[in-house]
Design a protein around this ligand. Structure first.
Ligand code: SAH
Ligand code: SF4
Length: 385
């Protein structure tokens, strides 16, 4: 089996090249061809010696999961569905904003955390993505969009990566960290640590490891100010309750590229959005837990996400006025609070709506047409671009 070079960060590629008897600078050249130029065909890598190109052709490939479909929203948001084999598919979402573009990347097929309000969670866990499958989402999006947007050399389509697609990134830590390194590497995508965000439902020990190994921006899915409510929404809270989570956030800030943590908070009608809960949240952020005991006071920004409904959840989105009233309570208490604009909801690309599973691989394409009424992209095989 040839190795997929998207599976390597630069150190990994250098080690692999050393095994071929090649020097580190060759690995750097190769890495730049792949990630900066988007080239998958070794023959096109004109400054590599012909002998090396020959060795590569026999031993390696550069290949992304096959693209199953592409949906473009009326607001410009694009959602891609990739076939990761075994009947599983994952989704990647590109969100263009004035002056920048954000890519929302998946880390797992399904998710084991099982949050009540999340369609990926309802789907259950299938498997971890490999480093290559995580990196491929950026590789594919960046190079496809560069062509489409007509960008000049040196311009990039994706300025921000958020690990907010399907899956809990900190439950796929081993594959995540090399993928983050590729995103940050100056020979790769050269994104700053502030512009790569890992979002977690609160895997406390892995927050500490990320601080040591690759401290990028951190978003924590808080969703509730008390353990009782949070545990009912995010089952992982039973293992890592709020006070432990806040302590991990405090420790993370000693190495983080930003001086605050983003707390994400899903606005669920009648569940998380009452004025009393808003007050409780203010107290929590100010260092007082629901039981009156003190907790770590973490410099933070709050990002309120109006719930994006999906049929099986049985939950409803908070009305706009309630979201605004909730935000006002926090803002009046001096907490920086934003309300996330829902993007791409006409193509089910909004937060928590990603459920890319394709159980029956044999007729996945037919079923997609039936289910979503979309015209799937012709199977172009691996590395389809
Ligand atoms: N597993 C990670 C990252 C993926 S989810 C995490 O939970 O943080 C990305 C964000 O979308 C999280 O904040 C998550 O709580 C939120 N989310 C999930 N389902 C949602 C839904 N249906 N509506 C709004 N936000 C949702
Ligand atoms: Fe998993 Fe995040 Fe969805 Fe929870 S919100 S089920 S952690 S993807």
């Amino acid at each position: 089996m040839p190795v997929n070079l998207l599976d390597f960060d630069l150190e990994g590629l250098a080690a692999w090249c050393a095994g071929l008897g090649e020097k580190r600078f060759r690995a750097i050249q190769l890495f730049r061809w792949i990630h900066q130029k988007g080239v998958a065909d070794f023959e096109q890598m004109s400054d590599l010696a012909k002998s090396l190109r020959g060795k590569l052709a026999g031993a390696a490939v550069v290949t992304a999961p096959a693209l199953l479909s592409e949906h473009v929203s009326t607001d410009g948001t694009i959602k891609w569905l990739f076939d990761v084999g075994g009947g599983n598919a994952v989704e990647t979402v590109y969100i263009p904003e004035t002056g920048r573009g954000t890519l929302c990347v998946s880390s797992q097929a399904g998710c084991a955390v099982g949050c009540r309000f999340c369609s990926t969670g309802h789907q259950g866990f299938s498997r971890n993505l490999s480093t290559g499958e995580i990196v491929a989402q950026l590789w594919f999006a960046e190079h496809r969009l560069r062509g489409r947007l007509g960008l000049a050399a040196g311009e990039r389509a994706v300025d921000n990566v958020v690990m907010m697609g399907m899956g809990e990134p900190l439950q796929n830590y081993g594959a995540l960290v090399p993928a983050l390194k590729v995103m940050l590497d100056d020979h790769g995508y050269g994104l700053s640590r502030r512009r790569v965000t890992v979002s977690t439902s609160g895997v406390v020990p892995m927050i500490d490891r990320l601080r040591d190994d690759c401290p990028v921006a951190l978003a924590v899915s808080l969703h509730a100010p008390s353990d009782a409510l949070r545990s009912s929404l995010v089952p992982l809270n039973r293992k890592y309750p709020i006070d432990e989570l806040l302590q991990a956030c405090e420790r993370y800030l000693t190495a983080a590229p930003r001086d605050f943590i983003t707390f994400e908070y899903c606005m669920l009608d009648g569940v998380t959005d009452t004025p009393e809960i808003a007050q409780e949240l203010v107290r929590l952020v100010n260092g007082q837990g629901a039981d009156g005991r003190s907790v770590a006071r973490v410099p933070c920004k709050l990002n309120l996400i109006p719930f994006n409904p999906f049929p099986a959840s049985g939950l409803l989105r908070s009305p706009r006025e309630r979201v605004q009233a909730f935000a006002r309570v926090l803002q009046d208490a001096g907490i920086v609070t934003t309300v996330r604009k829902t993007r791409g909801d006409d193509i089910d690309a909004a937060c928590g709506q990603l459920a890319g599973e394709v159980q029956d691989r044999t007729n996945a394409r037919e079923r997609l047409v039936q289910r979503r009424g979309v015209i799937p992209i012709a199977a172009a095989g691996h590395g389809a671009r």
